[in-house]
Design a protein around this ligand. Structure first.
Ligand SMILES: O=C(O)c1ccccc1N[C@@H]1O[C@H](COP(=O)(O)O)[C@@H](O)[C@H]1O
Length: 214
């Protein structure tokens, strides 16, 4: 059993989802604060859910090009352990957010082709973690959570001097291959854990965690 695999289960929307993610063995739980998403949760609901998360499981706020007003509200109301920046935030903005809120920051880098990976070095000095996700399809209404994978062979054998996670279209069927090709020790997903957009399926959470660790 590959017990050292760490999983982030993102886009939890109901109070019962957090204990289910924790029971499945999630190392991180994610709350989406991007209003167009079917996984959007209000700060009030996120607070209720976050308060039920035991120590040792990181509570992550996913935001997209958030301004300080939103980040002030979230950090004041929700007990958080990490901010996930899933927009076009520059390295300077990442550094500013990190300094202002004193929370670890995970910057998303969208990947479609090899040259996209050059962005990692620009963020490695400021972000605490990098999340490699597929760039969204052209007609997408959100920058992530589209159940799209990128070509994992682009990062086969690559190493960076910053912790990183793999995201984008991970499923119970492809997770073993994703780990084999990329060597990742951290996985992040949302769509494949759902029975409908925004509705997490607790059986799928358990099945994914079992497959990832097998
Ligand atoms: O899930 C969303 O609605 C979302 C909205 C805006 C930005 C990112 C979003 N999701 C994140 O995208 C990746 C991959 O998700 P999937 O497994 O392909 O559905 C993951 O980090 C989600 O949390």
């Amino acid at each position: 059993m590959a017990q050292d695999i760490r999983i982030k289960m993102c886009g939890l929307t109901r109070p019962e989802d957090t204990p289910a993610a924790v029971a499945a063995g999630a190392a991180y739980v994610g709350f989406v604060f991007f209003p167009p998403s079917p996984r959007y949760v209000s700060p009030e609901l996120a607070r209720e859910m976050a308060l039920a998360v035991p120590p040792g499981v990181a509570k992550v706020a996913l935001v997209v090009d958030a301004d300080d007003a939103l980040l002030d509200e979230l950090t004041n109301r929700v007990p958080l352990d990490m901010l996930q920046l899933h927009g076009q935030e520059s390295p300077e903005r990442v550094a500013e957010i990190k300094a202002r809120y004193g929370l670890p920051v995970m910057k998303v880098v969208g990947v479609r082709e090899a040259s996209d990976l050059e962005a990692i070095d620009r963020y490695a000095g400021v972000a605490d973690q990098i999340l490699l996700d597929a760039k969204p399809p052209k007609d997408a209404t959100r920058p992530g959570g589209n159940a799209e994978s990128f070509d994992w062979s682009l990062i086969a054998g690559r190493e960076w001097n910053v912790p990183w996670m793999l995201a984008g279209g991970l499923t119970v069927e492809n997770v073993a291959e994703a780990i084999r090709v990329t060597g990742t020790r951290q996985l992040d997903l949302s769509s494949a854990l759902e029975s409908a957009p925004g509705v997490k399926d607790h059986g799928k959470m358990r099945a994914f965690a079992d497959a990832a660790r097998a």
